[in-house]
Design a protein. Structure first.
Length: 362
Protein backbone atom coordinates (compact mmCIF):
# COMPACT_ATOMS: atom_id res chain seq x y z
CA UNK A 1 0.00 0.00 0.00
CA UNK A 2 1.32 3.41 -0.95
CA UNK A 3 0.38 4.99 2.41
CA UNK A 4 1.45 8.54 1.55
CA UNK A 5 -0.97 8.57 -1.37
CA UNK A 6 -3.99 6.73 0.02
CA UNK A 7 -4.02 7.73 3.68
CA UNK A 8 -6.42 10.63 3.47
CA UNK A 9 -9.55 11.47 5.35
CA UNK A 10 -12.74 11.89 3.29
CA UNK A 11 -12.53 15.25 1.50
CA UNK A 12 -15.03 18.09 1.15
CA UNK A 13 -17.89 19.07 3.42
CA UNK A 14 -20.46 16.46 2.38
CA UNK A 15 -22.26 13.81 4.39
CA UNK A 16 -19.32 11.37 4.64
CA UNK A 17 -16.56 14.03 4.90
CA UNK A 18 -14.06 14.24 7.76
CA UNK A 19 -15.10 17.89 8.13
CA UNK A 20 -18.58 16.67 9.07
CA UNK A 21 -17.63 13.56 11.01
CA UNK A 22 -14.85 14.45 13.39
CA UNK A 23 -16.64 15.27 16.64
CA UNK A 24 -15.07 12.17 18.22
CA UNK A 25 -11.56 13.49 17.46
CA UNK A 26 -12.64 16.99 18.54
CA UNK A 27 -13.37 15.63 22.02
CA UNK A 28 -9.74 14.56 22.33
CA UNK A 29 -8.61 18.10 21.40
CA UNK A 30 -10.99 19.60 23.95
CA UNK A 31 -9.82 17.27 26.72
CA UNK A 32 -6.20 18.42 26.44
CA UNK A 33 -7.00 22.14 26.32
CA UNK A 34 -5.43 22.95 29.71
CA UNK A 35 -2.23 21.05 28.86
CA UNK A 36 -2.02 22.89 25.56
CA UNK A 37 -2.42 26.28 27.25
CA UNK A 38 0.49 25.50 29.57
CA UNK A 39 2.62 24.27 26.68
CA UNK A 40 1.99 27.39 24.58
CA UNK A 41 2.67 29.70 27.54
CA UNK A 42 5.93 27.91 28.29
CA UNK A 43 6.94 27.94 24.63
CA UNK A 44 6.63 31.72 24.33
CA UNK A 45 8.07 32.59 27.73
CA UNK A 46 11.07 30.23 27.37
CA UNK A 47 11.83 31.74 23.95
CA UNK A 48 11.60 35.25 25.49
CA UNK A 49 8.34 36.50 24.02
CA UNK A 50 9.21 36.57 20.30
CA UNK A 51 7.69 39.26 18.07
CA UNK A 52 6.75 36.59 15.51
CA UNK A 53 5.63 33.19 16.80
CA UNK A 54 5.89 30.22 14.43
CA UNK A 55 3.57 27.30 15.09
CA UNK A 56 2.58 24.16 13.18
CA UNK A 57 -0.36 21.76 13.29
CA UNK A 58 0.85 18.43 11.90
CA UNK A 59 -1.78 16.13 10.37
CA UNK A 60 -4.35 18.93 10.17
CA UNK A 61 -6.79 17.19 7.76
CA UNK A 62 -9.70 19.42 6.71
CA UNK A 63 -12.65 20.71 8.68
CA UNK A 64 -13.17 22.60 11.92
CA UNK A 65 -10.75 20.73 14.22
CA UNK A 66 -7.54 22.35 13.00
CA UNK A 67 -9.20 25.79 13.29
CA UNK A 68 -10.21 24.97 16.86
CA UNK A 69 -6.55 24.26 17.57
CA UNK A 70 -5.37 27.55 16.02
CA UNK A 71 -8.05 29.48 17.92
CA UNK A 72 -6.93 27.96 21.22
CA UNK A 73 -3.31 28.87 20.43
CA UNK A 74 -4.35 32.44 19.54
CA UNK A 75 -6.39 32.76 22.76
CA UNK A 76 -3.46 31.63 24.89
CA UNK A 77 -0.86 33.77 23.12
CA UNK A 78 -3.15 36.81 23.23
CA UNK A 79 -3.76 36.30 26.98
CA UNK A 80 -0.14 35.83 28.00
CA UNK A 81 1.17 38.78 25.95
CA UNK A 82 -1.50 41.04 27.47
CA UNK A 83 -0.81 39.84 31.02
CA UNK A 84 2.90 40.48 30.64
CA UNK A 85 2.43 43.83 28.86
CA UNK A 86 4.23 42.61 25.76
CA UNK A 87 3.24 44.00 22.37
CA UNK A 88 0.90 41.60 20.53
CA UNK A 89 3.05 39.30 18.34
CA UNK A 90 2.61 38.22 14.73
CA UNK A 91 1.64 34.59 14.36
CA UNK A 92 2.66 32.33 11.52
CA UNK A 93 0.72 29.06 11.39
CA UNK A 94 1.64 26.13 9.15
CA UNK A 95 -1.07 23.55 8.55
CA UNK A 96 0.59 20.33 7.49
CA UNK A 97 -0.76 17.10 6.05
CA UNK A 98 0.04 14.57 3.32
CA UNK A 99 -0.12 15.89 -0.27
CA UNK A 100 -3.48 14.18 -0.97
CA UNK A 101 -5.19 16.05 1.88
CA UNK A 102 -8.08 18.34 0.95
CA UNK A 103 -6.20 21.61 1.47
CA UNK A 104 -8.75 23.40 -0.75
CA UNK A 105 -11.44 22.98 1.89
CA UNK A 106 -8.99 24.23 4.53
CA UNK A 107 -8.15 27.31 2.46
CA UNK A 108 -11.82 28.05 1.76
CA UNK A 109 -12.41 28.33 5.52
CA UNK A 110 -9.66 30.91 5.96
CA UNK A 111 -11.61 34.12 5.23
CA UNK A 112 -14.23 33.21 7.88
CA UNK A 113 -11.46 32.36 10.35
CA UNK A 114 -9.66 35.71 9.80
CA UNK A 115 -12.97 37.58 10.08
CA UNK A 116 -13.83 35.93 13.40
CA UNK A 117 -10.32 36.59 14.68
CA UNK A 118 -10.63 40.28 13.88
CA UNK A 119 -14.07 40.47 15.55
CA UNK A 120 -12.91 38.71 18.71
CA UNK A 121 -9.30 39.89 19.03
CA UNK A 122 -9.25 43.16 17.08
CA UNK A 123 -5.66 44.18 17.75
CA UNK A 124 -4.13 40.68 17.61
CA UNK A 125 -1.63 39.54 15.06
CA UNK A 126 -1.70 39.60 12.16
CA UNK A 127 -2.01 35.82 11.89
CA UNK A 128 -0.72 34.22 8.67
CA UNK A 129 -1.98 30.70 7.93
CA UNK A 130 -0.48 28.57 5.18
CA UNK A 131 -0.67 24.94 4.06
CA UNK A 132 2.33 22.64 3.96
CA UNK A 133 2.12 19.31 2.13
CA UNK A 134 4.51 16.52 3.13
CA UNK A 135 5.03 13.66 5.55
CA UNK A 136 5.80 14.53 9.15
CA UNK A 137 8.08 11.47 9.20
CA UNK A 138 10.66 13.64 7.47
CA UNK A 139 11.89 17.27 7.56
CA UNK A 140 9.22 19.91 6.89
CA UNK A 141 10.72 23.17 8.26
CA UNK A 142 14.06 25.02 8.40
CA UNK A 143 16.33 24.40 11.40
CA UNK A 144 15.29 25.94 14.72
CA UNK A 145 12.39 27.80 13.15
CA UNK A 146 9.43 26.68 15.29
CA UNK A 147 8.24 27.76 18.74
CA UNK A 148 5.33 25.37 19.10
CA UNK A 149 4.29 22.15 17.33
CA UNK A 150 0.89 20.56 17.75
CA UNK A 151 -0.49 17.30 16.43
CA UNK A 152 -3.75 15.58 17.32
CA UNK A 153 -5.25 12.29 16.17
CA UNK A 154 -2.44 11.70 13.66
CA UNK A 155 0.66 10.04 15.07
CA UNK A 156 -0.93 6.61 15.40
CA UNK A 157 -0.85 6.50 11.56
CA UNK A 158 2.32 4.76 10.38
CA UNK A 159 4.42 5.72 7.35
CA UNK A 160 3.80 2.28 5.83
CA UNK A 161 2.14 -1.06 6.49
CA UNK A 162 4.84 -3.01 8.38
CA UNK A 163 6.64 -5.72 6.42
CA UNK A 164 6.15 -9.34 7.45
CA UNK A 165 2.38 -9.47 7.93
CA UNK A 166 1.65 -12.17 5.33
CA UNK A 167 0.56 -14.56 8.11
CA UNK A 168 -2.04 -12.11 9.48
CA UNK A 169 -4.78 -13.62 7.32
CA UNK A 170 -8.41 -12.56 7.82
CA UNK A 171 -7.33 -9.77 10.17
CA UNK A 172 -6.74 -6.14 9.21
CA UNK A 173 -4.75 -5.34 12.38
CA UNK A 174 -3.29 -7.07 15.44
CA UNK A 175 -5.95 -9.52 16.65
CA UNK A 176 -6.21 -12.20 19.33
CA UNK A 177 -5.62 -14.80 16.59
CA UNK A 178 -2.54 -13.02 15.12
CA UNK A 179 0.85 -14.73 15.57
CA UNK A 180 3.33 -12.84 17.85
CA UNK A 181 5.41 -11.82 14.80
CA UNK A 182 2.54 -9.53 13.73
CA UNK A 183 2.62 -7.54 16.97
CA UNK A 184 6.42 -7.35 16.74
CA UNK A 185 6.28 -6.02 13.16
CA UNK A 186 3.79 -3.28 14.13
CA UNK A 187 5.71 -2.32 17.28
CA UNK A 188 8.98 -2.04 15.33
CA UNK A 189 7.40 0.07 12.58
CA UNK A 190 6.03 2.48 15.19
CA UNK A 191 9.42 2.68 16.88
CA UNK A 192 11.13 3.54 13.58
CA UNK A 193 8.46 6.08 12.57
CA UNK A 194 8.14 7.85 15.90
CA UNK A 195 11.95 8.06 16.20
CA UNK A 196 12.12 9.68 12.74
CA UNK A 197 9.36 12.10 13.75
CA UNK A 198 11.29 13.13 16.88
CA UNK A 199 14.60 13.47 15.01
CA UNK A 200 13.02 15.77 12.42
CA UNK A 201 11.25 17.97 15.01
CA UNK A 202 14.41 18.07 17.14
CA UNK A 203 16.12 19.94 14.30
CA UNK A 204 13.17 22.22 13.55
CA UNK A 205 12.02 23.29 17.03
CA UNK A 206 14.14 25.91 18.72
CA UNK A 207 15.62 25.27 22.19
CA UNK A 208 12.89 25.97 24.75
CA UNK A 209 10.17 25.40 22.13
CA UNK A 210 7.35 22.99 22.91
CA UNK A 211 5.50 20.15 21.28
CA UNK A 212 2.06 18.80 22.19
CA UNK A 213 1.09 15.43 20.74
CA UNK A 214 -2.24 13.66 21.26
CA UNK A 215 -2.72 10.27 19.61
CA UNK A 216 -4.32 6.86 20.06
CA UNK A 217 -2.63 4.41 22.38
CA UNK A 218 -3.60 1.40 24.45
CA UNK A 219 -4.19 0.87 28.16
CA UNK A 220 -2.11 -2.26 28.70
CA UNK A 221 1.12 -3.88 27.53
CA UNK A 222 -1.00 -6.65 26.05
CA UNK A 223 -1.92 -5.51 22.51
CA UNK A 224 -5.08 -7.60 22.35
CA UNK A 225 -7.23 -5.72 24.84
CA UNK A 226 -10.46 -4.19 23.54
CA UNK A 227 -9.25 -0.58 23.53
CA UNK A 228 -6.45 -1.66 21.22
CA UNK A 229 -7.96 -4.07 18.76
CA UNK A 230 -11.77 -4.33 19.06
CA UNK A 231 -12.53 -1.67 16.45
CA UNK A 232 -10.30 -3.34 13.84
CA UNK A 233 -11.70 -6.77 14.75
CA UNK A 234 -15.20 -5.51 13.93
CA UNK A 235 -13.89 -4.10 10.64
CA UNK A 236 -12.32 -7.49 9.76
CA UNK A 237 -15.60 -9.20 10.65
CA UNK A 238 -17.54 -6.82 8.39
CA UNK A 239 -15.14 -7.44 5.49
CA UNK A 240 -15.54 -11.21 5.93
CA UNK A 241 -19.34 -10.73 5.73
CA UNK A 242 -18.77 -9.10 2.34
CA UNK A 243 -16.58 -12.05 1.30
CA UNK A 244 -19.49 -14.40 2.15
CA UNK A 245 -21.78 -12.21 0.03
CA UNK A 246 -19.33 -12.28 -2.89
CA UNK A 247 -18.78 -8.50 -2.78
CA UNK A 248 -15.14 -8.69 -1.66
CA UNK A 249 -12.44 -11.32 -2.42
CA UNK A 250 -11.05 -13.35 0.47
CA UNK A 251 -7.49 -12.78 -0.80
CA UNK A 252 -8.04 -9.03 -0.63
CA UNK A 253 -8.93 -9.26 3.06
CA UNK A 254 -5.91 -11.50 3.72
CA UNK A 255 -3.56 -9.03 2.07
CA UNK A 256 -4.92 -5.87 3.74
CA UNK A 257 -3.47 -4.48 6.99
CA UNK A 258 -4.03 -1.07 8.52
CA UNK A 259 -1.00 1.26 8.70
CA UNK A 260 -1.86 2.08 12.30
CA UNK A 261 -0.44 1.38 15.76
CA UNK A 262 -1.65 2.10 19.26
CA UNK A 263 1.40 2.25 21.55
CA UNK A 264 1.53 1.66 25.29
CA UNK A 265 2.68 4.66 27.35
CA UNK A 266 5.96 2.95 28.31
CA UNK A 267 6.92 2.37 24.67
CA UNK A 268 6.47 6.05 23.90
CA UNK A 269 8.59 7.15 26.87
CA UNK A 270 11.36 4.74 25.91
CA UNK A 271 11.54 6.02 22.32
CA UNK A 272 11.67 9.66 23.51
CA UNK A 273 14.39 8.86 26.05
CA UNK A 274 16.45 7.04 23.42
CA UNK A 275 16.16 9.90 20.93
CA UNK A 276 17.25 12.28 23.67
CA UNK A 277 16.32 15.76 22.32
CA UNK A 278 13.17 16.40 24.37
CA UNK A 279 12.27 16.69 28.04
CA UNK A 280 8.89 15.15 28.82
CA UNK A 281 6.78 17.68 30.78
CA UNK A 282 3.61 15.58 30.79
CA UNK A 283 2.72 12.10 29.62
CA UNK A 284 -0.91 11.39 30.43
CA UNK A 285 -3.71 9.20 29.19
CA UNK A 286 -7.47 9.61 28.87
CA UNK A 287 -10.42 7.95 27.19
CA UNK A 288 -13.04 9.05 24.69
CA UNK A 289 -16.09 6.81 24.35
CA UNK A 290 -16.66 5.42 20.87
CA UNK A 291 -20.03 7.09 21.06
CA UNK A 292 -21.48 9.16 23.85
CA UNK A 293 -24.59 10.45 22.18
CA UNK A 294 -27.18 10.19 24.87
CA UNK A 295 -30.30 8.88 23.21
CA UNK A 296 -32.73 7.12 25.49
CA UNK A 297 -34.52 5.63 22.51
CA UNK A 298 -35.02 1.88 22.11
CA UNK A 299 -32.72 1.83 19.13
CA UNK A 300 -29.87 3.53 21.03
CA UNK A 301 -27.29 0.91 20.09
CA UNK A 302 -28.29 1.13 16.42
CA UNK A 303 -27.82 4.90 16.54
CA UNK A 304 -24.46 4.49 18.28
CA UNK A 305 -23.38 1.88 15.71
CA UNK A 306 -24.21 4.28 12.90
CA UNK A 307 -22.44 7.18 14.60
CA UNK A 308 -19.25 5.17 15.06
CA UNK A 309 -19.43 3.90 11.47
CA UNK A 310 -19.64 7.50 10.25
CA UNK A 311 -16.42 8.70 11.88
CA UNK A 312 -14.55 5.50 11.11
CA UNK A 313 -15.67 5.78 7.47
CA UNK A 314 -14.58 9.42 7.26
CA UNK A 315 -11.10 8.41 8.44
CA UNK A 316 -10.53 5.21 6.44
CA UNK A 317 -12.65 5.21 3.28
CA UNK A 318 -10.05 6.48 0.75
CA UNK A 319 -7.63 3.77 1.89
CA UNK A 320 -10.22 0.97 2.03
CA UNK A 321 -11.82 1.97 -1.29
CA UNK A 322 -8.42 1.85 -3.02
CA UNK A 323 -8.02 -1.77 -1.93
CA UNK A 324 -11.58 -3.16 -1.90
CA UNK A 325 -13.36 -0.94 -4.44
CA UNK A 326 -15.43 2.22 -4.02
CA UNK A 327 -19.21 2.73 -4.10
CA UNK A 328 -21.37 -0.28 -3.20
CA UNK A 329 -18.52 -2.12 -1.48
CA UNK A 330 -18.02 0.81 0.92
CA UNK A 331 -21.76 1.33 1.52
CA UNK A 332 -22.20 -2.39 2.29
CA UNK A 333 -19.07 -2.50 4.43
CA UNK A 334 -20.07 0.37 6.69
CA UNK A 335 -23.67 -0.87 6.97
CA UNK A 336 -22.33 -4.23 8.26
CA UNK A 337 -19.81 -2.43 10.45
CA UNK A 338 -22.52 -0.23 12.05
CA UNK A 339 -24.41 -3.40 12.92
CA UNK A 340 -21.39 -5.14 14.46
CA UNK A 341 -20.54 -2.03 16.49
CA UNK A 342 -24.14 -1.83 17.74
CA UNK A 343 -24.06 -5.49 18.80
CA UNK A 344 -20.74 -4.99 20.56
CA UNK A 345 -21.79 -1.80 22.39
CA UNK A 346 -24.93 -3.56 23.56
CA UNK A 347 -22.66 -5.95 25.50
CA UNK A 348 -19.88 -3.58 26.49
CA UNK A 349 -19.28 0.17 26.45
CA UNK A 350 -15.90 0.77 24.79
CA UNK A 351 -13.64 3.80 24.57
CA UNK A 352 -10.65 4.91 22.55
CA UNK A 353 -7.58 5.21 24.74
CA UNK A 354 -5.48 8.33 24.15
CA UNK A 355 -1.95 9.39 25.03
CA UNK A 356 -1.12 13.09 25.43
CA UNK A 357 2.46 14.18 25.50
CA UNK A 358 3.83 17.64 26.26
CA UNK A 359 7.55 18.10 25.64
CA UNK A 360 10.22 20.81 25.63
CA UNK A 361 13.10 20.90 23.18
CA UNK A 362 16.33 20.72 25.21
N1 LIG B 1 -5.64 16.91 13.49
C1 LIG B 1 -6.99 16.69 13.01
C2 LIG B 1 -7.06 15.62 11.93
C3 LIG B 1 -6.64 14.23 12.35
S1 LIG B 1 -6.94 13.06 11.07
C4 LIG B 1 -7.87 16.34 14.18
O1 LIG B 1 -7.38 16.17 15.30
O2 LIG B 1 -9.07 16.19 13.97
C5 LIG B 1 -5.29 12.43 10.83
C6 LIG B 1 -4.55 13.21 9.77
O3 LIG B 1 -3.16 12.86 9.83
C7 LIG B 1 -5.03 12.85 8.36
O4 LIG B 1 -5.45 13.98 7.67
C8 LIG B 1 -3.80 12.22 7.72
O5 LIG B 1 -3.67 12.47 6.34
C9 LIG B 1 -2.68 12.86 8.52
N2 LIG B 1 -1.42 12.12 8.45
C10 LIG B 1 -1.23 10.80 8.64
N3 LIG B 1 0.05 10.48 8.44
C11 LIG B 1 0.70 11.63 8.11
C12 LIG B 1 2.05 11.95 7.80
N4 LIG B 1 2.99 11.01 7.76
N5 LIG B 1 2.36 13.24 7.54
C13 LIG B 1 1.42 14.21 7.57
N6 LIG B 1 0.11 13.95 7.87
C14 LIG B 1 -0.24 12.69 8.12
Amino acid sequence: MDVENVLNMNAGEGETSYANNSIHQRQAITKVRAIMEDAVKNAVSMTTFPTCIQVADLGCSSGPNTFLVISEIVDTVHGIYQQTNNKSPELQVFLNDLPGNDFNTVFKSLPAFYKKLKEEKGDFGPCFVSGLAGSFYGRLFPSQSLHFVHSSNSLHWLSQVPNGLSNNKANVFIAKSSPPSVFKAYKEQFRRDFSKFLRSRAVEIMPGGHMLLTFLGRSALDPTTNDCCKMAELLSKSLLDLVAQGIVKEGDVDSFNLPLYRPFKGEVREIIDNEGSFNIEKLETFEVDWDNSDTSEDDQYCVSGQNVAKWIRAGTEPMLATHFGAGTAMDSLFARFAQHVAEHLCIEKTADFYIVLSMTKK
